[in-house]
Design a protein around this ligand. Structure first.
Ligand SMILES: [Zn+2]
Ligand SMILES: [Zn+2]
Length: 294
């Protein structure tokens, strides 16, 4: 590893223009937020909330405990694999201008190289990303050809984990904070809850659980929205960029589109994160009319 180059890269943060620096701060903040909230929710839900609200029904408590553990570990595992699978493109061979442009390749000015169709440059990652979809600030990385499947499964389990925790937190608050649909219900309104906590009327641990409840609720519904949108894009073989520019060139039917992202058994990716061979290498893209028998 070139330590000098790495150090230069880190120091370049202070010389970046403001917009780029803000993106880098958002990147660090997003990753920090994800880890703090997810680890906090994991601990509080498993070791404080579930044992407390389900103490009278041991069987049901074990079921809820393991349900959350399985969903949470699937989320974390897919998050980490998503980070480890880079979709970066670095040119290894010199491609002449005419040949490159005739194949639909484009020239990336920051990287000073020709890059394949569907590849876009990410100014945060500072790399060309194969079939780039978006830069995810919670991951601090780009979603592209090789990690899209892990990102989709991550969103799926993040929705389940966050909503499960939100329901458990609400059940706890209903018992110990304020009863649902009672005269005390106004306490749930966050500005009122914050004022009561500041004035010392609400214990800190209850206020903390209320804050976590709102976070999980927002993250849960947010992830459902993201998952629905991105799964739709996967079915139509479109990146977010192609969707906004109405590009439908690469779609080969829902079944084949999913195989191209997940491998032969797309549903298996939702059960275990086993790698499966994708039908495209991310560099060569066949259009439907060029495929035999299609
Ligand atoms: Zn580039
Ligand atoms: Zn990126």
């Amino acid at each position: 590893m070139d330590v000098g180059a790495k150090l230069k890269e880190w120091l370049s943060f202070f010389t970046e223009p403001t917009a780029k620096r803000l993106m880098l701060i958002a990147n660090i903040g997003g990753v920090g937020y994800y880890w703090v909230v997810s680890l906090l929710v994991f601990y509080v839900n498993l070791f404080v909330i579930i044992p407390s609200i389900l103490s009278e029904n041991l069987g049901w408590m074990r079921f809820q405990w393991w349900f959350f553990v399985v969903a949470y570990f699937n989320m974390m595992l897919n998050y980490l694999i998503c980070l480890s699978k880079k979709s970066r493109y670095t040119s290894t061979e010199g491609i002449v201008t005419e040949e490159a442009s005739s194949k639909g390749w484009g020239y990336c000015v920051p990287c000073q190289q020709y890059s394949p169709p569907r590849t876009h440059h990410c100014s945060v990652c500072k790399h060309c990303i194969l079939k780039r979809d978006q830069h995810c600030f919670f991951l601090g990385a780009c979603i592209g050809h090789f990690n899209q499947r892990y990102f989709l499964v991550f969103l799926f389990y993040a929705s389940i984990s966050a909503l499960h925790a939100a329901v458990c937190f609400f059940t706890y608050l209903n018992q110990y904070f304020a009863t649902f649909l009672s005269l005390d219900f106004y306490c749930y309104f966050f500005p009122i809850a914050t004022t009561k906590w500041v004035l010392g009327y609400t214990p800190s641990h209850l206020f903390g659980i209320l804050a976590l409840f709102y976070m999980c609720l927002m993250l849960g519904f947010g992830c459902i929205g993201f998952f629905t949108f991105h799964f739709q894009r996967a079915l139509h073989c479109q990146t977010s960029y192609e969707f906004s520019h109405r590009v439908t060139t690469y779609s080969r039917g829902p079944q084949r589109n999913l195989q191209e992202i997940f491998g032969s058994y797309w549903w298996l990716a939702f059960l275990v994160p086993i790698p499966q061979k994708q039908t495209s290498d991310g560099i060569v893209w066949n259009k439907p009319k060029e495929l035999k028998g299609y």
